[in-house]
Design a protein around this ligand. Structure first.
Ligand code: GLU
Length: 416
């Protein structure tokens, strides 16, 4: 049985509300989303036929600032998934102390089955349908699963055409040439690396001698693989939805990235040390660090007991269910949660937004330096609470995030 992601987000909030004695009104308030917009997106396909796709944009909370969060194009998108992802964005932005709220969008579509022109029409019509609730002061979309810098360029152009002037700050994750930020496309993976490096330093572990397995080799999985490989940490398995590759002596990540960039599947990569294994075996592989970098609902009560790692570094949003969390806690596996570990993406999105609004652009060195500062600050605060209160990293991260949002509600009061 699949766990409904929004139910899961509410369970996580309920758990932490109890631990931190959250005021019951704040809990009541925060388990709801502020607004959900459901839109129909009619598209004339290349063959002249009409198709209508369903899309969503959800604001969970704009208490601490404009909504922020990606847009997902996937055949699995549902309103409840988008609500969960918007809720997680609220906690993520609050934990990293960004002056932003939580939002998310999605269209139920398989982007691989559309031509480039069809995708452009879909993106533009989706943007037009949600235009009343997005904008630099309202809600700033960004890429997520199934979308990329090109999608953001079309969104920015559609919004700008409507407003009569170029508005780069309406979306982040844009191409560099039209107001994107250096380092944005790698930011989630780079942030994951900063976090695991710091964790190992604090715990007296040698990251270089550890073995890692990674689920997903997309925008997040490939970059964290690259950072770890540059650090000489061994990546022994990578799993994609179509198959898993395993090499005891470690995978050559530079070659694998080149291979994938040339349009080939990683399971077709030829190397004598590589074995193909079934996806069901992936989570059982003995390793030090497991990085889920695909989607939610991957580590569940059904496979948590099989895990053979010491640390889980969550690159994806919501990869571990609350029931799995309980099992992992008992097994002594440390879970560094999504809202802390994968915050690099939205942190650099925030920098991009600041640069767009000021029309003054930073270099990569400054972006990475400031990214490190923000993500390590959040890590230190979480680490301190873990040690002080003897709670999991997820509970500690949520305690900090939820208390910031609850405090903002208290300060602002309820209108009218
Ligand atoms: N989709 C990314 C996330 O889940 C980035 C969101 C953003 O940059 O606004 O964190």
């Amino acid at each position: 049985m699949e766990v409904n992601p929004f139910e899961m987000a509410k369970q996580q909030l309920a758990l932490v509300a109890e631990k931190m004695n959250l005021n019951s009104d704040a809990h009541y308030f925060l388990k709801r989303v502020e607004r959900s917009l459901i839109v129909s997106i009619p598209i004339i396909m290349d063959d002249g036929s009409l198709r209508i796709f369903e899309g969503y944009r959800v604001h969970h909370s704009t208490i601490r600032g404009p909504g922020k969060g990606g847009v997902r194009f996937s055949p699995l998108v549902t309103l409840d998934e988008v609500k969960a992802l918007a809720t997680w964005m609220t906690w993520k932005c609050a934990l990293h102390n960004l002056p932003l709220g939580g939002a998310k969008g999605g269209v139920c579509v398989d982007p691989n089955k559309l031509s480039k022109r069809e995708l452009e029409r879909l993106t533009r019509r989706y943007t037009a349908e949600i235009i009343s609730i997005i904008g630099p002061d309202k809600d700033i979309p960004a890429p997520d699963v199934g979308t990329n810098a090109q999608t953001m360029a079309w969104m920015m152009d559609t919004y700008s055409m409507q407003y009569g002037n170029t508005v780069p700050g309406v979306v982040t994750g844009k191409p560099l040439e039209i107001g994107g930020s250096p380092g944005r496309s790698e930011a989630t993976g780079t942030g994951l690396f900063f976090v695991i490096e710091k964790y190992c330093e604090k715990e007296g572990l040698d990251l270089k001698s550890m073995s890692v397995i990674i689920q997903g080799f997309g925008k997040v999985g490939s970059i964290i693989s690259k950072r770890l490989y540059e650090n000489r940490t061994k990546i022994i398995a990578i799993s994609e939805y179509y198959g898993t590759i395993y090499s005891e002596k470690g995978l050559n990540i530079d070659e694998l990235i080149k291979w994938q960039e040339s349009g080939k599947l990683i399971t077709d990569f030829k190397d004598d040390s590589i074995k193909l294994i079934p996806n069901e075996e992936f989570f059982k592989i003995k390793c030090d660090i497991l990085i889920p970098a695909a989607t939610e609902n991957q580590i569940t009560e059904h496979n948590a007991n099989d895990l053979n790692c010491q640390i889980i570094l969550e690159g994806a949003n919501g990869p571990t269910t609350p029931k799995a969390d309980e099992i992992l806690n008992k097994k002594g596996i440390v879970v560094i949660p999504d809202i802390l570990a994968n915050g690099g993406g939205v942190i650099v999105s925030y920098f991009e937004y600041v640069q767009d609004i000021n029309a003054y652009y930073w270099d990569l060195e400054r972006v990475n330096k400031e990214l490190k500062k923000i993500i390590i600050n959040a890590f230190e605060a979480v680490y301190k609470l873990v040690k002080e209160k003897n709670v999991s990293y997820r509970i500690a991260a949520y305690m900090i995030a939820v208390s910031r949002v609850a405090r903002a509600i208290e300060l602002r009061g309820i209108f009218p």
